[in-house]
Design a protein around this ligand. Structure first.
Ligand code: C5P
Length: 405
């Protein structure tokens, strides 16, 4: 429920603007108060009348409207809300935000505010992929702007790819997450998840069977406790969680770069199954099959991302959590791994085939900390995630309070 939460909803110009009407309806259903702001472009797609009828509120459109200024000045308007939501956020508005421009009501509100901002980008796939948009997105994220979507799919222009605005219910979820008060509110937690793909040539790669389910569940549980989560994920087979800052990567090297770019963080959870080796002899052309000739692959060791972050002298997260998948002597191996990697906790699990854990929905873990090993009963991966997130919250709260843990 979003009872009594005040959302300032900026609707900019794109075909996805029609979904903003449904978004208003969903927000009202949950008890939110919605004040719409319609840009010039937005008004080409939806009318102020329909936005006003659905929100039951006045629609603001002009920066220099004396009546509006007399009722509520634009500075006040930008600060009165609990959250500013931009849906759809066009490439143009994102560029303005990233550049700090303020030449109309929407961009001025966004520059004048100290209220959290959530954007739901929507645009043509090429515009989304363009380096300028990706640069602006990175700037906005580092400014603390929250994002939801875009999703992949068919587009109004007939193309296929990333650029479809997130569905209204996904945006509602992201809004609820952004407004959630939890013990991790104000904390930034980095989570790695999924496998990595290490190319052999442009069409072939080496991978592993990680589904990304446990990492995804952990990210969800952290978001539910109010954390700002940066989710660095390899090509997983489960969909990414809502409400995170999503950083998709393929290789271990890309994962390391994304992790470095996401720091500083208060805590970091390394649930990814990172490939130990990459193909040093990877070809930039498809290797041809020749009768009787077998390709020779040579390997190079991948960087250990967990060990790198755990060993940082400056900017090390206060809590670094690693995972250990073992098939025997779980506690002994995981305890040694904790020391070797320099992390604070190791979440160890027995992945021998008879446990059915790898790829399954349950997990049986042992948490190794400085105090020793603590065995948790077998439970769903979601339950493991909830319990781990709660433990992280307690530990970080203690840290903030300056208490020894
Ligand atoms: O050494 P091993 O792969 O068993 O260690 C597992 C832990 O280390 C996991 O937390 C995993 O995410 C992390 N790891 C990493 N980078 C690597 C290898 C493992 O972050 N290259």
């Amino acid at each position: 429920m979003l009872t009594d939460k005040h959302i300032l909803l900026i609707v900019s110009g794109g075909i996805a603007a029609f979904k903003a009407l449904d978004l208003v309806r969903r927000l009202k259903e949950r008890g939110a108060r919605v004040t719409p702001v319609l840009t010039k472009g937005g008004a080409q797609f939806v009318t102020p009348l329909s936005l006003s009828a659905l929100s039951g509120a006045k629609v603001y459109q002009d920066l220099f409207d004396l009546t509006d200024e007399a009722e509520m000045g634009h500075i006040e308007l930008s600060r009165a809300a609990d959250l500013i939501v931009v849906a759809p956020a066009t490439a143009d508005l994102m560029a303005k935000m990233a550049g700090g421009q303020a030449d109309d009501l929407a961009s001025t509100l966004l520059l004048a505010t100290d209220t959290p901002v959530l954007i739901a980008p929507a645009m043509n796939v090429r515009m989304w992929d363009h380096p300028a948009t990706q640069r602006n997105l990175a700037t906005l994220k580092s400014d603390g702007i929250l994002t939801v979507g875009p999703n992949q799919g068919d587009m109004a222009c007939g193309e296929y790819g990333y650029g479809r605005m997130a569905e209204p219910l996904e945006i509602v979820d992201a809004i609820s997450d952004a407004l959630a008060d939890g013990p991790l509110k104000g904390c930034h937690v980095l989570v790695t998840s999924g496998p990595t793909h290490e190319p052999i040539d442009p069409v072939r790669y080496i991978a592993n069977r990680s589904s990304g389910a446990q990492g995804t569940a952990i990210a969800k549980a952290l978001v539910a406790l109010g954390a700002r989560v940066t989710f660095v994920t390899g090509p997983a087979s489960v969909p990414p969680p809502a409400g995170v800052d999503l950083r998709p990567v393929e290789t271990a090297q890309e994962m390391l770069d994304a992790v470095k770019a996401a720091l500083p963080a208060d805590a970091a959870v390394f649930a990814a199954a990172v490939a130990d080796w990459r193909v040093a002899s990877a070809s930039d052309r498809k290797i041809k099959k020749e009768a009787g000739a077998l390709p020779q692959l040579t390997f190079a060791e991948n960087p250990d991302i967990l060990a790198h972050v755990a060993g940082l002298r400056q900017g090390r997260p206060a809590l670094v959590v690693g995972f250990a998948a073992e098939t025997n002597d779980v506690v002994a191996h995981a305890t040694a791994k904790r020391a070797r990697k320099g992390c604070d906790w190791i979440v160890a699990n027995d992945v021998s085939p008879e446990t059915g854990i790898m790829g399954g929905s349950e997990n049986a873990v042992t948490i190794i900390t400085a105090e020793g090993a603590e065995e948790w009963p077998r439970m769903g991966k979601d339950a493991v995630a909830t319990r781990l997130a709660a433990r992280i919250a307690v530990r970080i709260a203690d840290q903030i309070a300056g208490m020894p843990t």
